[in-house]
Ligand binder design. Structure first.
Ligand code: LLP
Length: 432
């Protein structure tokens, strides 16, 4: 199957981490997010192991929690010794109430408010990844009020195009994120930071984009960043010691996508960085990376119940499911490819071409078009694979649909990680 945690049991049902997905759908109802906890932990260990092995001391992966944010994931990250990347006060709050040690947290975002900055400083945040001058002034002022010197990384745009979907490219010069090296503005901003008394500039951050299968863009970005760090040292006398390369390793959504060997990629990037540092006679910085998708995507499967199976004679067929763009907006937003199968008859050959439609009152509410599946009947369970990243995290209540539950599987045991929203949850904030 597409990933090693997927299989088919004697009933012909799809299994995830050895657990019957159809039984899970019946037990917890649908739509349902299922997550293989062991797979998440394995991925975290792979990143930690490789980064410890190939990069200088202090290097560490930060889980990009925008890919999957709920209390349990922060507990797992804390347990495994990961750092985290946060992008909003809501993520920060979730990590805090989950008991994550916030000194290992890095707070991103291109527009942090004063209230966000204060909340983070009061919560004992380790680092801000600062984006712009206005924000630097605010951090400096709020750190002064709190009587601390705040550690930061500065986000830069190295001007790399990683050849991924335009909406998930972020390292190009005209990006809304960070400050451009190419225009000279980054150098000027560093000069300014060095005048701020309550900020300690420890290093720099860049993120080129997401779902990247090649390592060249990471190596190119690292070169530009290291050259910049060397220039800051030579011209401004400031040695910065941390380089954060962001996230972005791709994952295999369908058979057409390649497998990625995380350990091997990190090894090659490390070798490249070591060569560049020697070339510029620059002390090797500690390296941070921010994997999100590649940690959680293939741990997840979404299960739906089939409603109607409709064939428009001479045109196409639709299979309607009890979820849709509200629990997985990625096809509607990016035409993202997914593998879909009839989980109730996963042992049978596909015999039907269908477009899988959600239940929203919107014709673009599709999960996938023209997939080959075993023709389902009403009530059978449909599985969409590799949904662990950017599904629950991007879910909405459009059409007043409650968000699904999430169940984690570990050692063959299923545990509710997020309960299903109720109709009462939906009206909780409405005034009479
Ligand atoms: N670090 C930064 C600064 C980022 O902007 C991102 C993703 C990551 C790390 C994690 O990247 P990953 O390892 O997950 O590729 N909603 C889109 C993805 C947007 C990603 C934005 N930034 C999707 O569903 O594909």
């Amino acid at each position: 199957m597409l990933h090693t945690n997927l299989s088919v049991n004697e009933k012909g049902h799809l299994t995830l981490a050895g657990v019957d997905t159809v039984e899970m759908a019946e037990k917890y109802s649908t739509p349902l997010y299922l997550v293989d906890e062991e797979r998440v932990r394995e991925k975290m260990r792979t990143y930690i192991g490789a980064m410890n092995k190939y990069f200088p001391e202090g290097s560490m992966p930060l889980f990009a929690s925008k890919a999957l944010c709920m209390k349990k994931i922060y507990k797992i990250a804390a347990d495994e010794g990961m750092g985290i990347d946060l992008v909003s006060p809501g993520e920060l709050y979730t990590a805090k109430v989950a008991g994550f040690p916030l000194e290992r947290a890095y707070f991103h975002g291109n527009n942090k408010t004063d209230a966000d900055i204060k909340l983070a400083i009061d919560s004992g945040l380790g680092y801000f990844v600062a984006d712009n001058r206005e924000e630097l002034d605010a951090i400096d002022r709020i750190a002064h009020e709190a009587g601390i010197k705040q550690k930061i990384l500065l986000r830069l745009t190295p001007g790399i195009d990683p050849h991924t979907h335009a909406a998930i490219t972020t390292g190009k010069v005209d990006s809304k994120f960070g400050t451009a090296i190419e225009t000279g503005q980054a150098f000027e901003l560093v000069k300014y930071i060095l005048t701020l008394e309550n900020i300690e500039l420890e290093g720099f951050h860049c993120h080129i984009g997401s779902q990247c299968f090649e390592i060249k863009p990471f190596c190119d970005a690292a070169d530009i960043m290291i050259m910049f760090m060397a220039k800051i040292k030579d011209r401004l006398g400031k040695l910065t010691t941390t380089l954060n390369l962001g996230g972005g390793f791709g994952v295999r959504y369908t058979e057409a996508d390649p497998h990625i060997d995380i350990d091997e990629n990190i090894k090659l990037i490390a070798k490249h960085i070591n060569d560049t540092c020697s070339r510029f006679e620059f002390e090797k910085p500690r390296i941070l990376m921010e994997p999100g998708r590649s940690i959680v995507a293939d741990a997840g499967v979404t299960l739906y119940s089939v409603g109607s199976v409709k064939t428009i004679t001479g045109y196409k067929s639709y299979v309607s499911i009890d979820g849709g763009m509200t629990d997985n907006p990625r096809y509607a937003l990016y035409q993202s490819a997914y593998t879909v199968l009839n989980a109730s008859r996963a042992d049978q050959k596909p015999d039907f071409t269908a477009t899988v439609g959600g239940r929203c009152c919107e014709s673009g509410d599709l999960i996938q078009e023209d997939v080959e599946i075993k023709k389902p009947e009403r009530g059978e369970k449909l599985a969409v694979l590799v949904t662990g990243a950017y599904n629950y995290a991007m879910a909405s209540n459009y059409n007043r649909l409650p968000r699904p539950a999430m169940v984690m599987i570990k050692d063959g045991v299923d545990t509710l990680a997020v309960r299903r929203e109720t109709y009462e949850d939906l009206v909780r904030n409405d005034m009479d």
